[in-house]
Design a protein around this ligand. Structure first.
Ligand SMILES: [Zn+2]
Length: 333
């Protein structure tokens, strides 16, 4: 584990909680204070089995606990939780299935452990400490490998009737479109994500684009090497193929946001995740598409679309924030 301690005395920080963002490949844990500042952090690979993952989480908290007076732990999880948020029902990238994670880890770690969907955790963090602070009805869209969405209606998380809303990344925008890991075809995130950027590049090359593109030459040499990050870096350098891939991305982002805009009429959209932090590459174009594709375009007020203020730390900060608030709401908290 790598660690990074900051020299802020605990007395100035209020109550401390650990937030843990469990990604498919890496797990990040941070000690977060009441101002949303990360005081200390550890990062580790995410193990493949449930027992190894639980050992890893116990160790990460144990390491941070040696240095800080921690009161609670929050886990940000990409997956379906039960409505009481005690059990992980299913997570595509994690080993837990119908696992009573909150109770098991509370007992094992010896601190109260709370669970939250990762996009909801990011939305809560942006609401309390970041770009969603002034929103009334806010959509927080975390765009990375896929799309995670958190919806804040009147400042409260909207969870749906059975605790799994909103799965906006898997709205089917293209009938018979690209296959998705969820089992469906044509999902929004297959056209608007880091993975989708790679697919846009490959399709553009297949259609004969790519003349004068360094990216096209790289793909010709090693087709499997392309990543969303590489496409973003090439677009920053003005590579025409990468710029064209981002134009496609912006079109699909605007189209999806317009559909969601017609349902929820939000006043604010916050773009988070790895690509949200790189929004200078597509934000203006996506805004134009969004405004043009809304029903009654030109005759209604439209949501502001902003980039994240917390970047990829939002999951850690939000998970800790959820844990601290749940602890305070509990009897005797
Ligand atoms: Zn899908």
């Amino acid at each position: 584990m790598s660690s990074d301690a900051a020299a802020i005395p605990a007395a100035e920080s209020g109550r401390l909680a650990v937030g843990i963002d469990i990604g498919g490949t890496s797990t990040r844990a941070g000690v977060v204070d009441e101002q949303g500042q990360i005081l200390d952090k550890v990062r580790t690979q995410t193990p493949a089995t449930a027992s190894a993952l639980e050992t890893c989480l116990d160790r990460a908290v144990g390491e941070l606990r040696e240095r800080w007076p921690i009161e609670a732990v929050g886990l940000a999880i990409a997956g379906f939780l039960t409505p009481d948020r005690q059990t992980v029902r299913f997570s595509p990238h994690l080993p837990w299935r119908e696992a009573a994670v909150a109770a098991d880890l509370t007992e094992r770690i010896g601190l109260p452990v709370f669970l939250e969907h990762d996009a909801n955790a990011a939305a809560v963090a942006e609401l309390h400490y970041g770009a969603a602070a002034r929103g009334h009805n806010t959509l927080v869209l975390a765009i990375g490998t896929g799309i995670g969405a958190g919806l804040l209606l009147d400042g409260e998380l909207y969870r749906g009737s059975f605790g799994v809303a909103p799965e906006l990344g898997h709205l089917r925008l293209v009938p018979e479109g690209r296959p998705c890991a969820c089992g469906k075809f044509g999902c929004w995130e297959r056209y608007c994500s880091g993975t989708a950027l790679v697919d846009h590049v490959v399709e553009l090359v297949a259609d004969g684009a790519g003349g004068g593109s360094a990216l096209a030459r790289e793909i010709g040499e090693d087709p499997g090497s392309l990543t969303g990050r590489r496409v973003a870096a090439a677009a920053q350098d003005g590579d025409p193929l990468a710029v064209a891939a981002f134009a496609e991305f912006a079109r699909w982002l605007g189209l999806g946001l317009a559909m969601i805009g017609d349902i929820f009429d939000p006043d604010l959209v916050v773009l988070a995740g790895g690509l949200g932090a790189a929004s200078s590459l597509f934000l203006d174009e996506a805004r134009e598409h969004y405004r043009a594709m809304l029903t009654g375009a030109g005759h209604r007020k439209t949501a502001r679309i902003r980039s994240t203020q917390l970047g990829e730390a939002a999951g850690v900060i939000g998970a800790a924030d959820v844990a601290r608030r749940e602890l305070r709401a509990a009897p005797g908290g």
